[in-house]
Ligand binder design. Structure first.
Ligand SMILES: C[S@@+](CC[C@H](N)C(=O)[O-])C[C@H]1O[C@@H](n2cnc3c(N)ncnc32)[C@H](O)[C@@H]1O
Length: 215
């Protein structure tokens, strides 16, 4: 990892560590209006048995994990995961401090990798997505919910203009082109659903190694 990405990763970790106390409260309106519904929808598509959640945060998805999954959650921020610990423990889901850009798992282990609202803050999102592809089985799948750069030109201009501010304050980039990043990371993008205008999207992607191995 180059020095610039390492530095940005450290800064992101510090921002989430600092904001962890208020995170659930700040997100509550969004959670009530939209996020919880989107999470349920995403989890209907999860296939086990081996499931990895990258950027598990305060554990808002943990309630949707079925007992039969062998699930693991990782995150960059100890403080965010601290909030997830009680529910993770009661569901038998191990949590580990880990950077999405350097996953400490072997190749081709997981059936599904889940990440919700994570790739807006990973400093090198393509590297993170490549790591997800590496740890997925050839027949595995990545399921993501992300906010992205909107397609509308005026909104895109606004998001691009505000991005330096949001990223400086919270570590969150509001102008990521996640579908391009998914392609650049070498995934096959199976489906992209608009959840709220073109700002929030759900992505279903499969590793291309599936196709390579079939040849
Ligand atoms: C906006 S929060 C979302 C948390 C959770 N996924 C949710 O849906 O509520 C983003 C999370 O991604 C984590 N994160 C950011 N960069 C990361 C990285 N490089 N590796 C692992 N986790 C990361 C942050 O620590 C934070 O917990």
């Amino acid at each position: 990892m180059n020095m610039e990405i390492e530095k940005a990763t450290l800064i992101t970790r510090k921002k989430y560590d600092r904001n962890a106390k208020f995170y659930n409260l700040m997100e509550l309106p969004l959670e009530l209006f939209w996020y919880a519904r989107w999470r349920r929808r995403l989890f209907r598509k999860v296939r086990g048995p081996r499931v990895l959640e990258v950027g598990v945060g305060t554990g808002k998805n943990l309630r949707y994990y079925r007992q039969e999954y062998w699930a693991t959650g990782v995150d960059l921020s100890e403080e965010m995961m601290f909030k997830a610990k009680p529910l993770a423990k009661s569901k038998g889901i191990p949590l580990a401090l880990m950077d999405a850009q350097q996953l400490a798992f072997g190749d081709s282990i997981f059936d599904t990798v889940v990440a919700t609202f994570v790739f807006c803050s990973v400093p090198d999102p393509i590297k993170g997505l490549q790591e997800i592809q590496r740890v997925l089985k050839p027949e595995g799948q990545a399921l993501l919910i992300e906010h992205v750069l909107p397609e509308n030109a005026l909104m895109a201009w606004t998001f691009n203009t505000l991005d330096p501010l949001t990223s400086a304050l919270s570590g969150v980039h509001i102008n990521r082109k996640t579908s391009d990043n998914i392609h650049k990371a070498g995934f096959k993008l199976i489906r992209e659903e608009n959840l709220l205008f073109t700002i929030f999207k759900m992505f279903f992607a499969e590793p291309i190694k599936k196709e390579k191995e079939a040849q």
